[in-house]
Design a protein around this ligand. Sequence first.
Ligand code: NAD
Length: 515
Amino acid sequence: MSPADGAGDPGTLVIHAPASGERVGEVAITTPDEVRAAIARARSAYEMWRSVPLEERCDRLLRFRDALVDRADELIEMLVKETGKPRQEALLHEVMPIVDTFTYLSRRAPVILQPKELPLHLFKHKKSVVHYVPRGVVGVISPWNFPFTIPMGDVAAALFTGSAVIVKPSEVTPLIMKLTKQIWDSTGLPADLFQVVYGRGDVGSALIDGGVQKIVFTGGVATGRKVAAACGAALVPCVMELGGKAPLIACADCDLERTARAIVWGGFANSGQVCVSVERVFAHREIYDALVERVKALTLELRQGNPERDEVEVGAMTFAPQMDVADAHVKDALGKGATLVTGGQRHQPAGAPGQFYAPTVLADCTGDMMVMRAEIFGPIVPIARVDSEEEAITRANDSHLGLNAYVFTRDRKRGEEIALRLEAGSVLVNDVLTNHATPEAPFGGVKDSGFGRVHGDDALRDMAEKRHVMTERIAAPAHDPFWYPYDAKRFKLLRKGLTTLFAGNGLVQRIASIF
Ligand code: NAD
């Protein structure tokens, strides 16, 4: 049974653990009227929250951070049950980054959001200040692969900037948000400031159309197109965090052991259901054979099974249809000449009757294979041989997606040079995946991977509304020379001013060089 089956009641999502099949819990689907009511309540909560000074908001939100820490074991248990990911990943990839984000923002938000005075290059008699004011109600629509850390990063940004926030979690993994909402409510913070609505795509649509002031969407490219169109029709600004097809370039001089370990961890963490998973390896021919052998050996050491046990590295597939997607990728690749190094099929670990796919390594992969072109979102690492770094860069950029990319080389300077030539939102040199957990760094994609950014100073400012306030430094004359009336004499004067100010090394240039 799919984890999101309604079990007969169309108004309920019943969730089953992907690793064991056991029933984990259920939530009632939010009706369109209830979505509208939630937005109205959020609006009232925002009216109160916006008037709370930023420093005080920071203090109050730490109460929630503390409650998350206190109840971390419950969160981890729920994440493991609902998604099938190993306990260590639930802790390190989900709970820890969010606790860190709330801690970080409580300290940094007042600095990042402080009003910014603009040094006007011409209107020296004016004072121009950009203020970052609360936006209103922010809607967050999220996927099933990181059902806690993805929405909660956006929740944090919305709350710190003074907005109210409503999350629409994936219908596949709604229970972790249900628990998170209970934890929020237990802190005494205003209940309507952070709300959750449950259901499928139609509930997400109702949120977009219901009068929110911003949408942060994370999900697939096809859904992203629909959501962006709906946001466009409603004139709601949006951030689109979509799919990835991260290339990893293994240069001839790379540290082979670290590179192999990065490929294995970056390809199989969360059973490969990560938007920044290592999805294409381009290995220089000088190290290709040794790298494939080492990746194979490390993959064979992985223990797959019930993720509730600490000694398991690879858990279950969260979303059953991804098993068919994985099969299709393997079949297509083998049909086009790839070599199956290990894996390549579903796997049934002892004592775990759920949905598992064996960590799979494919070698001799070529650009015509689906596995090198389409997002896999499963535990499959395809490796291709390249003759040069130039070829690796060209092939890495030959993709409609551009979220993360990775370069492995002992020459860090060369690594940075290659990074600048890769078409991706983030490029890591000698590392994989970890950038999503750095609240300082902007995260997002280019090309079909989306637009806008989450995390980082700019994204926090973008979560707020920019209000530009301009005042005069000295009292302005009653009769402003640039206002009415217009006449020929003044036009002549202004026309002369154009040349004086701008031609060659004109006055503007000279003023700019002084200040
Ligand atoms: P999805 O696109 O199927 O669903 C994402 C969310 O959108 C769900 O909550 C879903 O109910 C909702 N939705 C569906 N139709 C909608 C509509 N018409 N209007 C509003 N909401 C709608 O994605 P998924 O299968 O849950 O997640 C996997 C995808 O997410 C992968 O492609 C992955 O790469 C991507 N992803 C991207 C990032 C990133 O940060 N760029 C992170 C994680 C996952």
